[in-house]
Design a protein. Structure first.
Ligand SMILES: Cc1cc2nc3c(=O)[nH]c(=O)nc-3n(C[C@H](O)[C@H](O)[C@H](O)COP(=O)(O)OP(=O)(O)OC[C@H]3O[C@@H](n4cnc5c(N)ncnc54)[C@H](O)[C@@H]3O)c2cc1C
Length: 579
């Protein structure tokens, strides 16, 4: 079972009713985007992903990217052709400014297209995803000459980009990198060192690969304050010569087999400094924030694909009898309440994750494009607050939902034939890379709660209160009560963490359950808004399903927050016993 059909109606619903894509379309910079064509655009992307990309997903799993003895990398059958079609159709350029050849779509709409690409083939989608991050970094911090030299071909997809941070001794602790960069008289640098785990670090789909690479200049300060950022191309454009970068290995992995995860050896490779020496970590954060939301969407895309597949399987697989049926006929497993619980849990988490990812993208658009400075500042706070929640919660849900999908298949999920296990194996990396989910939780509980002493989160709590009032007015008092209860716990735990900043061990100990609590509550808020919007759609099966999903989430999943609160506020004392 390898088909994928993008959930066009669900995507349009969130774009129009949970976020306000119409308002985003009116922001300066988006004149080329006509919101009246939104449905055509999303439908066309859905068709393309289903037809051109999804059929390559299984091949990539069965036939991983491989390194050849000469250091080149061969991608799975069909990947290069599918990527070429993606480039020719102009999709890579869609969410970038027209100045360098972009299609001028809002980031919000670009993210919806990304969801479909990820669900169609996550391993392949990582190549343009990393390229997007490189474009953002260069577009924000590059000189005009660098932008002219590198952006057009990255934006068109003719070249791809990578992100080179990790070294054997420097994973979460990026400040521990030792790759060296030595300045030459001509202003270029020579880069020497080894980078590991580099996604799409070498491949056969594009003529050039632009490695954005962190390294240290001589006498740089220790830690993150001494990191510089360089453009290190596979082929040096001015002379067409191969740079001194060798792919010395491609890792064997649990999932995303089609994506080559490379060990790259830089041996006096030519590099070009971005911005100032020793300021590279800040620049890389531009790329990482963008990439974190993209990784959140990986969790979402895989969750959606897994729930589609599980629902289809549950309608076909016959086991047991339906309650009260005396005919002796076996029934499709979808009639069993426990299977229904699994399917509805998958659907509810997927929809909540979609709402959160899209709302975060909407804040990113406002942050960069709103004409009013105060609005931009407010949106920046919101995007900063929601990004770690989206990254960690949506990817944890991706793992959970793909695991439930496997469970729906029973033994047929555990064997490889149905493809259900591929979604689970592919999803498992998402809580690990782009800053582990533990690191996201720490970021939320420390830096993000540091914004106005928890003020950014309290603003969200206030908006949840307003949604509760609307739910009351719309005769959804039970939903309003469940959401208010969760919001009270989010408020109380926020206060506890802010008040305990003097004892950092206690704050760090509570970070992960706090992020989960925040994710569940924000997800509940957005599904509450979704229920209100569904109420305006009239008597349609689609609206009834949206309401039922929101009700299930708010009444049966959201109460988990009560169980999380004690872990947030317990402090670190018990945890230390593990040492
Ligand atoms: C398939 C794949 C693709 C990747 N792609 C790229 C890429 O393209 N570019 C790139 O640069 N890197 C890439 N990475 C690297 C990835 O980002 C790192 O694996 C990740 O940052 C974690 O680093 P680590 O593996 O060294 O784990 P560690 O940092 O050793 O972490 C191990 C555990 O300790 C926890 N931990 C570590 N430090 C702290 C702390 N201070 N406080 C609390 N907990 C902590 C972590 O949360 C984790 O649970 C990729 C990795 C994989 C597996």
């Amino acid at each position: 079972m390898t088909t994928y059909s993008a959930p066009v109606e669900d995507i349009l619903f969130v774009l129009r009713h949970v976020t306000d894509v119409g308002a985003i379309a009116k922001l300066p910079g988006y004149a080329d985007f006509d919101v009246d064509h939104l449905e055509d655009l999303i439908s066309e992307a859905a068709r393309f992903m289903a037809e051109a990309i999804a059929p390559t997903n299984r091949t990539g799993d069965l036939e991983p990217s491989r390194r050849n003895p000469d250091g080149t990398v061969t991608t799975p059958e069909g990947f290069a052709a599918a990527y070429q079609r993606y480039v020719e159709a102009g999709w890579p350029a869609a969410p970038f400014a027209p100045e360098y050849g972009g299609g001028g779509l809002p980031w919000l709409v670009g993210l919806a297209i990304q969801e479909m690409f990820t669900a169609a083939n996550m391993a392949l989608s990582l190549c343009p995803m990393l390229t997007q991050g490189a474009i953002h970094l260069l577009g924000t911090h590059g000189t005009p000459e660098q932008k002219t030299a590198w952006l057009p071909k990255l934006i068109s997809g003719e070249w791809s980009g990578t992100m080179n941070l990790t070294e054997p001794q420097a994973g979460s602790d990026v400040g521990a990198i030792t790759t060296r960069a030595v300045r030459r008289a001509d202003g270029t640098y020579r880069i020497t060192g080894q980078k590991i785990f580099i996604t799409w670090g070498e491949h056969d789909m594009t003529d050039n690969i632009v490695h954005l690479t962190l390294a240290r200049v001589p006498d740089a300060p220790a830690g993150t304050r001494g990191i510089s950022c360089f453009i290190v191309p596979k082929v040096v454009p001015c002379n067409g010569e191969a740079n001194r970068i060798e792919c010395v290995a491609v890792e064997h992995k649990m999932g995303i087999h089609g994506s080559p995860t490379c060990v790259l050896q830089f041996d006096e490779a030519v590099g070009y400094l971005i911005g100032e020496e020793n300021a590279g970590m800040g620049y890389m954060f531009t790329m990482m924030n963008n990439a974190r939301l993209s990784v959140a969407v990986e969790g979402l895309g895989l969750a959606d694909r897994a729930q589609q597949q599980a629902a289809e399987f549950a309608r076909e697989r016959r086991q047991g009898r339906a309650l009260g049926d005396r005919s002796g006929q076996s029934a499709p497993i979808v009639v069993h309440p426990d299977v229904q619980r699994m399917l509805l849990t998958m659907r509810a988490y997927t929809e909540a994750a979609r709402c959160l990812c899209y709302v975060t993208a909407e804040a990113t658009d406002v942050r960069h494009h709103h004409p009013d400075e105060a609005e931009r500042a407010r949106a920046e706070e919101r995007a900063d607050l929601l990004t770690p929640i989206a990254k960690a919660w949506a990817t944890d849900l991706g793992v959970e939902v793909t695991s439930i999908g496997l469970q729906v298949h029973g033994g047929y999920g555990y064997i490889e034939e149905t493809g259900a296990s591929q979604h689970f194996r592919d999803a498992r990396i998402t809580p690990i890379y782009e800053g582990t989910n533990g690191i996201q939780a720490i970021d939320l509980a420390t830096r993000k709660l540091g914004i106005r002493n928890g003020g950014a989160m309290r603003d969200v709590v206030g908006e949840i209160g307003a949604t509760c009032d609307q739910l009351d007015h719309a005769r959804h008092a039970d939903l309003a009560a469940a959401l208010r209860d969760a919001a009270d716990r989010l408020d109380a735990t926020t206060t506890w963490l802010v008040d305990h900043r003097g004892n950092m061990a206690d704050v760090l100990a509570g970070a992960t359950p706090y992020l989960r609590l925040a994710g569940l509550t924000v997800g509940g808020w957005l599904l509450g808004r979704s229920a209100l919007a569904a109420g305006q759609l009239g008597d349609r099966p689609f609206a009834a399903a949206k309401l039922a999903t929101a009700r299930f989430y708010l009444l049966e999943l959201l109460p988990q927050v009560r169980g999380l609160e004690p872990a947030v506020t317990a402090g670190a004392a018990l945890l230390a016993s593990v040492q």
